[in-house]
Design a protein around this ligand. Structure first.
Ligand SMILES: NC(=O)c1ccc[n+]([C@@H]2O[C@H](COP(=O)([O-])OP(=O)(O)OC[C@H]3O[C@@H](n4cnc5c(N)ncnc54)[C@H](OP(=O)(O)O)[C@@H]3O)[C@@H](O)[C@H]2O)c1
Length: 228
């Protein structure tokens, strides 16, 4: 499948590599290709700068957001939450009704250092998933994967032998089946459909507890599991 991953950060890098390893044709979107490739500084979590990462993953295409989206069947939003509406507004011709957009963003405030804080007042008003869906009513937005570390998103067997939970939410039943089937190809088995795109308020609101668990868990990969 042709997939556009929006985002050159640690999430974009991790997902693009996993998608490519699975045989998908992946293009990473960025504002400025040359600037992204020139970035060799590791991030705060020890992930390489995008330029270093891309040298080791040179078969993965890098393009502007617009060119990455063109022709892609699936778009994955792995950008800074504050920027996604502007990115999509700049590529209106790609916001068509044949596109499914996975949104995994969380609106985190990094201004006071680590751990970041969730901008809860914004989520209560309207989550990122809803804001994207409202701004681009034709695109089928599916909120998923935002409640776990990026290392787990397409590698669920890292946690509890693959038995942890991933939530999905969105207005299109067809798009949710499409995304569920896509997630299953990576080993997800416990996929819970929370309903329409308003459910992204709930999954974005899980972040405070996820962030509190982070220092407690240390280096151990973890995720939520709905026991029943
Ligand atoms: N880290 C995790 O494990 C994890 C888990 C769950 C959810 N998430 C969510 O995943 C998303 C990606 O996280 P990340 O740490 O990989 O990346 P990030 O640093 O939050 O974002 C990087 C991307 O955002 C773009 N960007 C930043 N400011 C922009 C602006 N003003 N205009 C346009 N684009 C802008 C960058 O574009 P350029 O390439 O042009 O610089 C880059 O591609 C976030 O929403 C985060 O909350 C992360």
């Amino acid at each position: 499948m042709k997939i556009a991953v929006f985002g050159t950060g640690m999430v974009g890098q991790t997902l693009a590599a996993a998608l490519f390893a699975k045989g998908h044709t992946v293009t990473i979107g960025t504002r400025d290709i040359q600037k992204a490739l020139a970035n060799v500084e590791p991030n705060g979590f020890g992930m390489p700068g995008f330029g270093v990462w891309h040298k080791a993953n040179s078969l993965i295409n890098v393009a502007t957001f617009e060119n990455a989206a063109a022709g892609a069947q699936l778009l994955i939003n792995a950008t800074n939450a504050a920027s996604i509406l502007k990115i999509l507004q700049d590529i209106p011709s790609s916001m068509t009704d044949d596109k499914v957009l996975i949104d995994l963003a969380n609106d985190l405030d990094m201004s006071n250092g680590m751990p970041p804080r969730l901008r809860t007042s914004d989520v209560v008003g309207q989550s990122i998933g809803e804001r994207i869906q409202t701004a681009f009513p034709k695109v089928h937005v599916v909120k998923t994967l935002n409640t776990m570390n990026c290392s787990v998103m397409l590698n669920p067997t890292l946690v509890a032998g693959g038995q942890s939970t991933v939530f999905i939410g969105g207005n299109s039943a067809t798009a949710k089946v499409y995304v569920s089937d896509f997630l299953k190809t990576f080993g997800w088995t416990d996929i819970i459909d929370l309903g329409d795109i308003t459910s992204s308020r709930a999954t974005e609101m899980l972040l405070p507890i996820w962030l509190k668990l982070w220092p407690v868990m240390g280096q151990t990969p973890y995720n939520f599991k709905i026991a029943r």
